[in-house]
Design a protein around this ligand. Structure first.
Ligand code: ZN
Length: 208
């Protein structure tokens, strides 16, 4: 069985949202070996939107659902990877019209974010209009290989559309090795309670 790890490595030097140092994970060794004796323990300060992570509705919906409300059946399931590496700036509604996406699909968009060093800068994002098209289609989930599904649009229309419709949003995927097609996804977020997001290990494997 082939298994692809499409998660970002979590370390202090990893790409973070807009390159902001306040978003970087901080590893603090709180106990260590002395002359080879003892043990190592590390405390990690980790923004829940670090690297590969899932956004729950509460991220943009007041009193919305939280990570622990997302059923595992939506996280371990078939997904469609679409190759959008030809898109230069943003995934637009017109691009979606050329796909076979339908109600109940969980789509992962592979873009040039997976191929170029642009995660902290002008990464490819999903426009609000495209997000609304995904809502209208009735998809269950949307994954993107950027640290955000939008680039900080003032009204956050993309987040509002997707999360407002209860669509699961995965950000920070690494899809460089993944060809367009259908896969079985295994996404396991940290079991945090009451939060709007959680770092997530996302694996893909063959569907059959
Ligand atoms: Zn997020």
């Amino acid at each position: 069985m082939k298994i692809w790890d499409v998660s970002m490595a979590v370390e202090p030097t990893m790409p973070v949202w807009k390159g902001r140092d306040t978003k970087r994970p901080v590893f603090t060794i709180t106990r260590d070996f002395i002359n080879g004796e003892g043990a190592r323990e590390t405390n990690v300060a980790l923004d829940m939107h670090t690297g590969t992570h899932i956004d729950a509705p509460l991220h943009f919906v007041h009193e919305g659902q939280t990570m622990d409300d997302i059923p595992l059946s939506q996280l371990i399931r078939p997904v469609k990877v679409l190759d959008f590496t030809k898109v230069s700036n943003a995934i637009e509604a017109k691009h979606l019209d050329k796909t076979t996406l339908k109600k109940g699909d969980f789509v992962l968009f592979k873009t040039r974010n997976s191929l170029e060093d642009i995660l902290e800068g002008e990464f490819v994002f999903i426009t609000a209009e495209a997000a609304q098209r995904l809502v209208d289609l009735g998809v269950d989930g949307v994954g993107l290989d950027a640290l955000g599904v939008e680039r900080d649009q003032p009204d956050h229309g993309t987040h509002h559309a997707l999360l407002g419709a209860g669509i699961i949003v995965i950000e920070g995927l690494c899809l460089g090795q993944i060809e367009e097609g259908e896969y079985l996804m295994i996404a396991a977020p940290l079991k945090v309670v009451g939060l709007e997001a959680a770092p997530t290990r996302v694996l893909l494997t063959e569907l059959k």
